[in-house]
Design a protein around this ligand. Structure first.
Ligand SMILES: [Zn+2]
Length: 300
C-alpha cells in the first residue's frame, strides 16, 4: 500500500492508496495551529500520529508528500504561504519508519492530475494555474511536464504584469499573483463590503452573487479579469499552449468570472498558432483533486 499526504496552505489530507491506485481511506483536517505554535512541529506531530495508526495495521511501501513551495532534494526550502523554511519532513518520516518518501510541489501535483485525468487530458501542449493563496503553475509540452534542474521552476505567479504594482512576498513588485491570487480577490470584496475578515468562501460566494450589480463589486471583478488576461497572454506568448486550465480557489468562484473571462479573452484573439485561439478551461477534479493528486504523485 502507498500513502499520499497533501499539505495545502490551509489543510492537511492523508490518503491510503491500493495497488490499483484507488483511494481506500482518506482523512482531512484544517490547518489550525494555536497562536505562536511552531507550524513545523504542529504538521509533523499530526502526520506522525496519523501514520502511526496506518503503519500499525498495514504494509506501507511508499509515502508521497505534496507541499506548497519550493522543493529541493525532498526538502521544503521555502513556503511563502505557510511561512516556513527548510522543512525536511521526508527525512523525519524516513528515519522513524524506514519507508521511502517522495516530495513534490502541490500545484505541480494538481497540474499532473488535471493533465492525466481532468481538464487538460486532451491537450499535448498546455498549462495549469492554481489561483489560490498565491498562484502556482505548471507547463506541459508534448505531454511532458517541464522541469528546471534545481527548484520547481515555472513560477508563473511571479511574472511581473505591472512594474509599479503592489509589493509581492517574493520581493518584487507587481507580480501576477499580487493581482490575481484568489486571496487578494476575496480581500478586496471583504474590504469593499465591510465584511468580517474571516468570512468563509461559501458565504462570500453567496454575498458576491447577491451584490453582482454593485458597481464596486463589478469593478473588482472586471479588474481581476483584465489582469488575469494579461497574465494568460504572457504565458501564451512564451509557451503557445493549446489550453490553459484554471484551478485552486478560482474554480470555486468560477460562476463569478468564467463567462465574462471567456468573452473578453476571445475578443483579444490570442492564438497559439495562426488560426487557433488557446482554450481557457476550469479545473475539473474539484474535491477529488486531492485524491487524484495523491495517486498521481505516488505514481511518479
Ligand atoms: Zn512575486
Amino acid at each position: 500500500m502507498k500513502i499520499g499526504i497533501d499539505i495545502g496552505g490551509s489543510h492537511i489530507g492523508i490518503g491510503q492508496v491500493d495497488i490499483n491506485g484507488k483511494i481506500i481511506n482518506k482523512k482531512e483536517i484544517d490547518l489550525e495551529p494555536e497562536k505562536d505554535q511552531d507550524l513545523k512541529k504542529y504538521i509533523t506531530q499530526y502526520i506522525i500520529n496519523e501514520l502511526e495508526h496506518i503503519i500499525q495495521s498495514s504494509d506501507v511501501e511508499l509515502i508521497g508528500l505534496a507541499m506548497p513551495g519550493t522543493i529541493e532534494n525532498k526538502v521544503l526550502i521555502e513556503s511563502i504561504n505557510l511561512g516556513i523554511k527548510n522543512f525536511d519532513l521526508a527525512k523525519i518520516i524516513k528515519e522513524k519508519y524506514n519507508i521511502p518518501v517522495n516530495v513534490n510541489n502541490d500545484a505541480k501535483c494538481a497540474a499532473m492530475a488535471e493533465k492525466q485525468f481532468g481538464s487538460l487530458k486532451n491537450y499535448e501542449d498546455c498549462a495549469f494555474l492554481c489561483l489560490g493563496t498565491g498562484i502556482g503553475g505548471a507547463v506541459f509540452l508534448n505531454n511532458k511536464l517541464l522541469k528546471s534542474k534545481n527548484n520547481n521552476g515555472f513560477e508563473l505567479g511571479h511574472i511581473i504584469i505591472d512594474k509599479n504594482g503592489p509589493q509581492c512576498n517574493c520581493g518584487k513588485k507587481g507580480c501576477f499573483e499580487t493581482f490575481c491570487s484568489i486571496k487578494r480577490f476575496k480581500l478586496k470584496v471583504i474590504n469593499s463590503l465591510n465584511l468580517k475578515p474571516n468570512t468563509k468562501s461559501s458565504d462570500l460566494l453567496d454575498i458576491i452573487k447577491k451584490n453582482i450589480h454593485n458597481p464596486e463589486i463589478q469593478n473588482i471583478i472586471q479588474e481581476y479579469i483584465d489582469n488575469l488576461i494579461v497574465g494568460l497572454s504572457n504565458i501564451i506568448d512564451i509557451f503557445e499552449p493549446e489550453a490553459i486550465s484554471l484551478g485552486g480557489g478560482f474554480a470555486y468562484f468560477k460562476d463569478v468570472f468564467y463567462t465574462e473571462l471567456l468573452e473578453k479573452f476571445k475578443l483579444r484573439n490570442y492564438r497559439y498558432n495562426k488560426d487557433k485561439i488557446t482554450d481557457i478551461k476550469i479545473a475539473e477534479l474539484g474535491n477529488d483533486a486531492g485524491i487524484i493528486r495523491f495517486y498521481h504523485y505516488i505514481e511518479q
